[in-house]
Design a protein around this ligand. Structure first.
Ligand SMILES: C[S@@+](CC[C@H](N)C(=O)[O-])C[C@H]1O[C@@H](n2cnc3c(N)ncnc32)[C@H](O)[C@@H]1O
Length: 246
């Protein structure tokens, strides 16, 4: 798959399909025209009409191929809000994983260099950047980011450093060499212990404005009896550490 894909929607049915692709459903076979565009409609051979939509961030989270635990949209939102990452920013990211954070950043117009240590995961992430239509802005490199830090620090500095690996503290230690002055670090950890190591590494590296937060989100239930946070599900996803290069 090399072209950006689209979301084909009929009621609560959603299929991620590429231009020229043929796909069988119980509502009939969908043949996606090669020149399909968002806003078009496509009819199955049984006459069911699907609306063609551009893929947006949450659609990518829902439908891209996964190799592990991707960053949740709410955590992506915190990363983007706390760093203010914008079009034209240079972002260094690791590990790529499924590439969910990277494709969100790419859709926002950032130029992302992202490292994935597992070659098979990196291949999936590359396909995901193509599906998301951001392959030109998201450069997925196979390798251990820690091994590349000397070379990366010698090159053009980055505006934002995003980390989602167990060895994030090793990269945090080099953040002042990797970032422009005032550039942001955003590091995710699922555990308190990992978060403490990131905070310690950030302090030792002389980063400023260090802030660690637990990310919790509670869904709300609105019923005839009243309104309250949902009793189902777990609101915790993990921890994020933000800091800036001096
Ligand atoms: C939790 S996933 C990242 C998810 C990603 N942020 C996303 O939104 O899809 C962590 C990934 O980091 C990779 N990884 C771990 N250590 C690494 C390193 N030192 N360099 C590059 N990748 C690494 C793992 O193979 C794994 O795929």
């Amino acid at each position: 798959m090399t072209d950006a894909a689209y979301l084909l929607v009929h009621g609560d049915r959603e299929y991620l399909l590429s231009p020229g692709e043929e796909f069988g459903t119980d509502l009939g076979v969908i043949e996606v025209p090669a020149d399909v565009e968002a806003g078009d409609t496509v009819e199955t051979h049984l006459g069911t009409v699907f609306e063609v939509r551009e893929l947006r961030g949450p659609d990518l989270f829902d439908h891209l191929e996964r190799t592990g635990a991707p960053m949740m949209p709410r955590d992506v939102g915190l990363v983007m809000g706390h760093t203010g990452v914008s079009a034209g920013d240079r972002v260094l990211d690791a590990g790529t994983g499924s590439g969910i954070l990277s494709v969100y950043l790419g859709r926002a117009g950032a130029a992302v260099t992202t490292y994935e240590i597992d070659a098979d995961f990196a291949d999936v992430a590359r396909r995901n950047t193509e599906t998301a239509g951001v392959a030109e802005r998201v450069d997925v490199r196979t390798g251990d980011v820690v091994d590349e830090l000397d070379d990366l620090a010698a090159g053009e500095p980055f505006d934002v450093l995003t980390l989602d690996t167990g060895d994030a503290p090793d990269a945090v230690a080099r953040a002042p060499d990797l970032l422009v002055s005032g550039g942001f670090l955003a590091a995710y950890s699922p555990f308190v212990e990992g978060t403490r190591e990131i905070v310690t590494a950030a302090r030792d590296a002389g980063l400023v404005g260090i802030e660690a937060i637990e990310t919790i989100q509670r869904e709300m239930d609105f019923s005839d009896r009243g309104s309250r946070p949902s009793t189902a599900g777990v609101g915790h996803t993990g921890y994020l550490v933000f800091a800036r290069a001096p």
